[in-house]
Ligand binder design. Structure first.
Ligand SMILES: [Fe+2]
Length: 268
């Protein structure tokens, strides 16, 4: 598997979306940056978890391809909202296949990487994946979540979420307290249903929930701890909820803190 060649072809594909001035539309540029941040995270996870060189290659290939369909999704439908357009993971797999990026790989490698791409945004990794396939799928899911933490923090920093019509968080606005369905799912270590996301606190607390049950690898939880993503969410949640939401925020953050501390202890 020639990763340098894959990256070259991927970048050449993205170049076709540049304007006459050579620039990508901003939303596409951000996806390109995100993609290679996810690849960096994948490399760190692979190193921390002792992936073999071949597993590391598969994880990096899956990271590079996981959002390959985002450019065409935005061009064709004008949105990154899957519910208003296409499942971007299935679309990314289609683009990867159509572009012939996987043609020279062994059938096993192709299946492993494309299944990881397909399932990167789903609630669960399906049980019919082999352990080797599931490992790569989990690595891209964790690497993606770690970068979503970063992206969320950048958006929060620009402050325009204060305006309920803000596009930074899809019009999600502060609320007195997060949705009880989401809080219950997190506290019971069940995957929360994204359909219950009704407010900005729901969106942010869901990410705090990833820290206790969404991140598969201990290395991912350690990276999360070292980057201060929980502290950020704790502060931000207090800012965007009212006094009636405090108990929920505290309970979810305490559970996340325990999971991150356990991962740190494991490393010693
Ligand atoms: Fe994605």
């Amino acid at each position: 598997m020639d990763l340098a060649d894959l990256e070259k072809r991927y970048r050449a594909y993205v170049d076709a979306y540049r304007g006459a001035d050579g620039r990508l539309p901003l939303m596409m540029e951000l996806k390109l940056v995100h993609t290679f941040k996810v690849a960096e995270n994948s490399r760190e996870i692979a190193r921390g978890e002792g992936f073999s060189p071949h597993e590391t290659e598969l994880a990096l290939a899956a990271a590079i391809l996981h959002d390959a369909g985002r450019y065409e999704q935005l061009k064709k439908y004008g949105t990154f909202r899957d519910s208003d357009s296409v499942d971007h993971a299935a679309f990314s797999r289609k683009v990867a296949e159509e572009q012939g990026w996987t043609a020279a790989w062994t059938p096993e490698d192709r299946r492993t990487v494309l299944e990881a791409v397909l399932h990167h945004n789903k609630r669960d990794v399906p049980p019919d994946l082999s352990p080797a396939e599931a490992k790569i799928a989990h690595s891209v899911r964790d690497a993606d979540k770690l970068d979503i933490f970063r992206v969320t923090e950048e958006r929060a920093a620009d402050g325009d979420w204060r305006n309920g019509a803000s596009t930074a968080f899809w019009g999600l606005a502060p609320a007195e307290r997060p949705s009880p369905e989401i809080v219950a799912a997190i506290l019971e270590s069940r995957p929360a249903d994204y359909r219950h996301v009704r407010s900005l606190p729901d969106f942010v607390i869901l990410q705090a929930g990833w820290m206790s049950s969404g991140l598969h690898f201990a290395t991912s939880r350690r990276l999360c701890a070292r980057r201060g993503h929980l502290e950020f969410r704790e502060r931000f949640l207090r800012e965007i909820t009212g006094p009636s939401g405090r108990a929920d925020v505290d309970a979810v953050c305490a559970k996340a803190a325990e999971a991150l501390a356990a991962a740190e202890r494991e490393a010693r």
